[in-house]
Design a binder for this molecule. Structure first.
Ligand code: C5P
Length: 305
């Protein structure tokens, strides 16, 4: 079973207090973009997880192999909970990776969502979207959104979703950093900054929700915001230069995606995105540049051969 699953950027991310369970209450607007991982799930004598680079086919540094990979955890969770209702068994999981690793684009969560969809199909489990979403929630805060895709508001840990009807395509340039950031470390840095002072907070979510239906990139660009940006920049001060370079190149909005360090630049259209990408690539402020558009659909079966 071959499943295609998108990356996400957060158009808005406001972070509340640290909860007793180690998570923070969030209000976020997720937006899936057409940078896809593919996850291939096959019955095998022994369970395994292998990741290959979607661009070159080689190994991908920084992705846990074998049982520590969240995609493997997804297969185990489904087998444990649904073992009686289908013919579950060991699976070989191959992840063809295009989503930047530890980039704030929920790549690991996307692979887990894809593994859920792939294993459910392989084992003939007749699960509703709600049942899949419940398993997704148990795997991580960003996993349910990778199932649904599109654009959605997330509350709670970010895992309670309600869709936003905003179908106008948005054109993005993504600046990928040389080295990833750890999500827990970025949240901890925000807690530290807040204990020491009063870092700026994003505007209420209503601002981006009012801008989205207009489809106007200038208005949407002005409403992008992320409370984690200050923490990501504090840990990686060079991100300031990346953000400045993208805006100077003609982007109408810029935001660090999730916990970073990927920076997302909103452009007025596809031609402008090509120009911004070329200029950013030559600026020397990031490792790689990608053009993307959203909203993209969530995890989908694309083959069963
Ligand atoms: O759910 P996931 O494993 O992706 O989250 C990774 C980490 O990010 C959590 O362990 C926590 O430190 C942090 N996090 C948070 N609040 C959220 C989501 C994630 O503090 N709402």
């Amino acid at each position: 079973m071959r499943v295609r699953v998108p990356a996400k950027v957060n158009l808005h991310l406001s972070v509340g207090d640290l909860r007793p369970d180690g998570y923070h209450d969030l209000v976020t607007v997720f937006h899936a973009v057409d940078v896809f991982d593919e996850v291939v799930v096959s019955a095998a004598p022994r369970s395994s997880v292998r990741t290959v680079d979607g661009a070159g086919g080689g190994a991908v540094p920084g992705v846990p192999a074998g049982p520590r990979n969240l995609a493997g955890a997804a297969a185990r969770l489904l087998a444990k909970e649904c073992g009686r209702s289908g013919s579950t068994g060991p699976v070989a999981i191959e992840i063809i990776k295009n989503i930047p690793v530890a980039g704030g684009m929920a790549g690991g969560s996307a692979d887990a969502a894809a593994a859920l969809v792939g294993c459910a199909a392989l084992w003939g489990l007749d699960l509703t979207r709600d049942q899949l979403a419940e398993f997704a929630r148990r795997l991580g805060a960003d996993v349910p959104f990778a199932l649904t895709g599109g654009t959605a508001v997330g509350t709670g840990r970010g895992d309670l979703l309600s869709p936003v009807l905003a179908r106008t395509p948005l054109h993005w340039v993504l600046a990928v950093a040389g080295e990833g950031l750890s999500t827990p470390e970025v949240f901890a840095e925000l807690d530290r900054l807040r204990a020491a002072g009063d870092p700026p907070r994003v505007a209420p979510v209503q601002e981006i929700l009012a801008a989205l239906p207009s489809g106007d990139p200038v208005r949407i660009g002005a409403a992008l915001g992320n409370d984690l940006q200050a923490a990501a920049v504090s840990l990686r001060p060079e991100l300031r230069r990346t953000l400045r370079a993208g805006r100077a190149a003609g982007a109408v909005g810029s935001v660090v995606s999730g916990s970073g360090p990927t920076c997302a630049f909103l452009c007025p259209g596809p031609d402008a995105a090509a120009d911004v990408a070329a200029e950013l690539a030559g600026s020397g402020t990031c490792r790689a540049v990608r053009i993307a558009s959203g909203p993209a659909p969530g995890a989908r079966l694309v083959g069963s051969g």
